[in-house]
Structure formats: C-alpha cells, structure tokens
Design a protein around this ligand. Sequence first.
Ligand SMILES: [Zn+2]
Length: 70
Amino acid sequence: MSSEPTNEELWRAVISGENPVWRKGWRLRRMIPSTHRCKNCNAPFDGIGALFMRLTGRGTYNRNPRFCDF
Ligand SMILES: [Zn+2]
C-alpha cells in the first residue's frame, strides 16, 4: 500500500477544486478587479492585476487564452 495518490485521484482533486496548490489564493485573486480571468485559479488577465500575475507566473497561456500558464 503506497500513500502517494494515483493519477486518477490527483486529477479528480484538481478538477473538483480540492487540490490545495491550485486553490491557494483563489479568493485573494478574485478580489483583484478584472474582466477576464483564468477559469482555474481566477488570475486576472487585464488591468493592474495582470502585471502582477505575469510576474508571479500566472500570465495568459498562449495555447488557450481561458487559462493561465501556472
Ligand atoms: Zn490559472
């Protein structure tokens, strides 16, 4: 019996929003005003918050503009 989660458990946690790494700061990023946001983590893609998010590695993903590249 291993204590590491299987791939299925990992993806279930990410998709259902239970993964603490992906959820960390979700409410904080929601308070930053913006019209376009990442569908996963609420990172703002325009306005003053976008500059800060790009610096922290949450800029717009170039293959899908609905998500960040975190
Ligand atoms: Zn994101």
